[in-house]
Design a protein around this ligand. Structure first.
Ligand code: ADP
Ligand code: MG
Length: 577
């Protein structure tokens, strides 16, 4: 219970104060509820004593009506305030979660599959919201009512109160054990949900490939299997809690007969008055009813605990830290000093890299596949931080720079282009949201995509499918170059395409790339002979180490890997690395 509140508090932080008002209202309601029982007890006592007068009856009716009306409003008010505050809390939580995830380094997204994050953003938050706005207050109200009931019982007759407490203590472990079991199962259940989401996403993304390679049967089987696993686990979760809740309810429902027997015993031995006997009996009815409500709501509270746990895990993931809010300097020279890096699996990918990329120059990275070229580009964009050594831009250590501040200075054009399911105009303008139309057109002209855009049905307002699925690879590539040109960032990170494009497309893309690279500090994973020869510096990587470094002519003179590759490719007249 305390853990639940602690987790909720950790997640919603300062907003916990929004829960205070509904909780206070619930306590007030619980007190008023006791008035009902109080009046009922008085009434029955009068009946037994044969002193139940008409006046007393009218007083009771009057009093009960007032309490009833107050409770009616109070209930509504509590409910409304919980709904409204709950929505505020959850909205802020969603924003906070999104902000938090944005600040994490990309490594986080590798360890955590899409399924898990999707489920954090959908299922966990939805569960959290559902329980917070619906069951949370009911649970605590029942809890207060039981507490007040026990206090009243202590006042009336300590011996009786003791018996109720003992029965609760006997029944409670059942809920705790059942809850712990439910918690464990809820964990595996959540994994199954994540698995289903991952499979569905995989299936939808890969549907073309599956069809092409006739994999749909095998892939469908995996999808079916994950659905079946989910079904089994859902049934298991539901069934596992039932026995515990049932036995708990049975035990607490016995509070009433036990009160009757114990009360009768005390009464016949004249150790108690008829008034206390009646009061005790009615209290036992109230307490037992509320305990049953707790039993029913407890599994729900466990759900919020599980969701809270999951959300807590995401929120506890350490964001990239930074001390420098903005990268102001005019100098965008990039320097790697003794940089080593490995991904989460710990396999060294870059080993003691030293290199300097002077401001306004182009550096071409070449080398066999897997030699670490893309990794260097990822480190410069701070997708990950270096494990050791130092990576600086304009002399500022990247590990101290706010990721958003860094992105402002960098344009990336990678091989895989992702376009949003939106108009072409908006897809380009994400690079510079306040750009006017003429700027966008100028960028598109420079990127050789203006002409084909004009031929589309709605020109710049044509909506491209999700991921840009209605455009060809070459067209998407040029749009991504137009984006980068529009952004006009001083640093350009480029992964030249190797995908086989038709000759026209290739020429147009090459021209566009040349435009983009003009006067910038460029790091390019180069595949075109032209880019490589014209680069100010060529770095040849091999197995995470720099094998050669220099200009085209220096490397030719070096007569190593580069010279050999160059000779081979030139004689074949077909330079593609
Ligand atoms: P290149 O771009 O030169 O082909 P990369 O920089 O992509 O090479 O990869 C260098 C090495 O790092 C490869 O051995 C690759 O398998 C490994 N690698 C790349 N990305 C990851 C990742 N996210 N997790 C683990 N290993 C990775
Ligand atoms: Mg690569």
């Amino acid at each position: 219970m305390i853990q639940i509140i602690k987790n909720i508090q950790f997640i919603i932080g300062e907003q916990t104060k929004l829960l205070v008002k509904p909780l206070l209202l619930a306590i007030l309601d619980a007190f008023l509820n006791m008035f009902f029982y109080g009046v009922m007890i008085l009434g029955i006592v009068r009946l037994v004593e044969r002193s139940f007068t008409r006046d007393f009856f009218i007083q009771c009716v009057f009093f009960l009506t007032i309490v009833f009306v107050i409770r009616l409003f109070l209930s509504r008010f509590t409910y409304n305030s919980m709904q409204i505050n709950g929505s505020i809390i959850v909205t802020k939580l969603r924003i906070q979660l999104a902000d938090h995830v944005r600040g994490l380094n990309s490594g986080f997204f590798n360890q955590n599959s899409i399924g898990k994050l999707t489920s954090n953003f959908t299922t966990d938050i939805a569960d959290f919201e559902q329980v917070l706005t619906h069951n949370f207050i009911d649970f605590f109200k029942a809890f207060f009512m039981v507490t007040i009931g026990i206090i009243a019982a202590v006042v009336i007759d300590v011996r009786f109160a003791l018996i109720i407490v003992i029965m609760i203590l006997v029944a409670l472990p059942l809920l705790i054990v059942g809850g712990a079991k439910g918690n464990k199962l809820a964990g595996t259940h959540r994994e199954k949900i994540n698995d289903v989401i991952s499979r569905v996403v995989e299936y939808i993304n890969g549907i073309k490939t599956f069809k092409l390679y006739q994999l749909s049967g095998a892939k469908f089987q995996r999808l079916d299997q994950s659905f079946n696993d989910l079904k089994k686990s859902a049934i298991k979760v539901e069934l596992s809690l039932i026995p515990y809740v049932m036995v708990f309810s049975t035990i607490v429902s016995f509070i009433i007969p036990v009160a009757l027997v114990w009360g009768t015993y005390l009464l016949t031995n004249e150790a108690s008055s008829p008034e206390s006997f009646i009061a005790v009996l009615i209290l036992s009815i109230s307490i037992s009813g509320q305990l049953m409500a707790i039993g029913m709501l407890y599994p729900q509270m466990k759900f919020i605990a599980k969701s809270a746990d999951n959300l807590r895990e995401v929120l506890s993931a350490k964001p990239l830290n930074y001390q420098v809010d903005a990268l102001d300097g005019a100098n965008h020279a990039i320097q790697l000093e003794d940089v080593s890096f490995s991904y989460e699996n710990g396999v060294p990918v870059l080993k003691n890299i030293y290199c300097e990329i002077p401001d306004g120059t182009t550096t071409a990275l070449i080398g066999p596949s897997g030699s670490g070229k893309s990794t260097i580009i990822h480190l410069i964009s701070r997708f990950w931080d270096v494990r050791s050594g130092k990576l600086t831009i304009g002399g500022v250590n990247l590990t101290t720079v706010k990721p958003d501040a860094l992105t402002k200075h960098i344009s990336c054009v990678f091989q895989e282009v992702y376009l949003f399911n939106d108009t072409i105009l908006n897809n380009i303008k994400i690079a510079k949201p306040n750009a006017d139309h003429s700027e966008v057109v100028a960028a598109c002209q420079a990127a050789n995509c203006h002409d084909f855009i004009l031929k589309l049905e709605n020109r710049y307002d044509t909506i491209v499918g999700e991921g840009g699925s209605t455009l060809s690879g070459g067209e998407k590539q040029r749009i991504s170059i137009a984006r980068a040109i529009l952004k006009d960032a001083p640093i350009v990170l480029l992964d030249e395409t190797t995908s086989s494009l038709d000759v026209d497309n290739e020429r147009e893309i090459n021209q566009a790339l040349d435009k983009l690279m003009e006067k910038k500090t460029v790091v390019v994973i180069a595949h075109r002979l032209n880019t490589i020869i014209n680069a100010d510096q060529i770095i040849v990587l091999n197995e995470g180490k720099i094998r050669e470094k220099g200009t085209h002519f220096e490397l030719l003179a070096n007569n190593d890997w580069y010279a050999q590759m160059y000779q081979e490719q030139v004689s074949a007249r077909n330079w593609v690395i």
